[in-house]
Design a protein around this ligand. Structure first.
Ligand SMILES: [Zn+2]
Length: 302
């Protein structure tokens, strides 16, 4: 019961305003706050433009209208572009436990609360660390913060929306390979994908969109090896969309997100099917452009 951890807790909210004030404060923004419906994708584990996540120092802001996620470096731009003011801010605190009784500097903390649907860093997932998740509403441009839970003071719709966002499954959930595979279907293009013999070789790092300066959120088209920036789930609010543009010009249907490739697989998107897919032939498709999936592991674990 992850929700219970958040909304069933006692005295979690540091309410500084009298009941009703928060409701009033939120009135102008109510039309922009949506409750995710089934089928809506909630991007609460990764920034649309960077690798920021709730684990990052600045946490992750989830738009209460589009459910897109943004790290601290990108949230202001999204706000200015769209005028969307209300975000759910998610932050996972990693707390180093005091080793033994040798009197470390950090206090030992117990009863860590976890409610975010995040993969935990396996390097840190030991007895030495504890995690604590924090959620709050943030209203731009003043960064007004409303700690959650605050079920008594917030309008019911807002509470329901926060609740739904927190319990929504991440579309790019990776911590449980079984459920990842259950959710995804093999692309109908995987088996018959044509790959051009154009000599393109993709280096293991240092990628850049070949049409602009973006160096993050890059997608490798598995037909021609082009490296282009993403956009399609940005609701027109950002990104340059060169990858999907390229698809519209060429019809080359599959792309893999650079940076997600491991020996176990990679995040593959089908422009044609308009959703993340499985590519059972991913190893072969990557090898065509000089990428060795197993090598990607050797790099990470020398
Ligand atoms: Zn680009």
């Amino acid at each position: 019961m992850q929700r219970a951890a958040l909304f069933g807790g006692s005295g979690g909210g540091d309410a500084q305003m009298a009941a009703g004030d928060l409701g009033e404060l939120l009135v102008p923004y109510m039309p922009t706050i949506r409750v995710p419906k089934s089928g809506d994708r909630v991007y609460k584990t990764e920034c649309a433009f960077s690798y920021d996540s709730p684990d990052s120092e600045g946490g992750l802001y989830v738009c209460m209208n589009t459910f897109l996620g943004f790290g601290r470096e990108h949230i202001e731009r999204h706000y200015r572009k769209t005028g969307q003011c209300v975000y759910l801010h998610l932050k996972r605190h990693v707390i180093e436990k005091v080793p033994g009784a040798s009197g470390g500097a950090l206090p030992k903390r117990r009863n860590a609360k976890l409610f975010l649907d995040l993969e935990t860093n396996s390097d840190l997932n030991s007895d030495d660390f504890e995690y604590e998740d924090e959620a709050k509403l943030v209203i731009f441009p003043d960064h007004y913060e409303i700690p959650l839970p605050n079920i008594e003071e917030l309008p019911a719709l807002v509470t329901i929306a926060c609740d739904a966002l927190l319990s929504a499954k991440s579309p790019y959930r990776k911590q449980d390979p079984d459920s990842w595979e259950e959710e995804l279907q093999a692309s109908k293009h995987a088996k018959t994908l044509v790959q051009l013999d154009n000599g393109v070789r993709i280096p293991p790092s240092g990628w850049k969109c070949s049409k602009c300066d973006l160096r993050e959120n890059l997608w490798l088209n598995l037909t021609d090896g082009s490296v282009l920036c993403g956009k399609w789930f940005f609701d027109g609010s950002g990104g340059n969309g060169h990858a999907v543009e390229h698809y519209k010009e060429t019809g080359y249907p599959l792309a893999v997100k650079l940076g997600t490739i491991t020996p176990d697989g990679a995040d593959v998107y089908s422009f044609d099917e308009e959703e993340p897919v499985l590519d059972p032939h991913i190893a072969k498709h990557l090898a065509h452009f000089g990428i060795d999936m197993l090598q990607m592991q050797v790099v990470g674990n020398p």
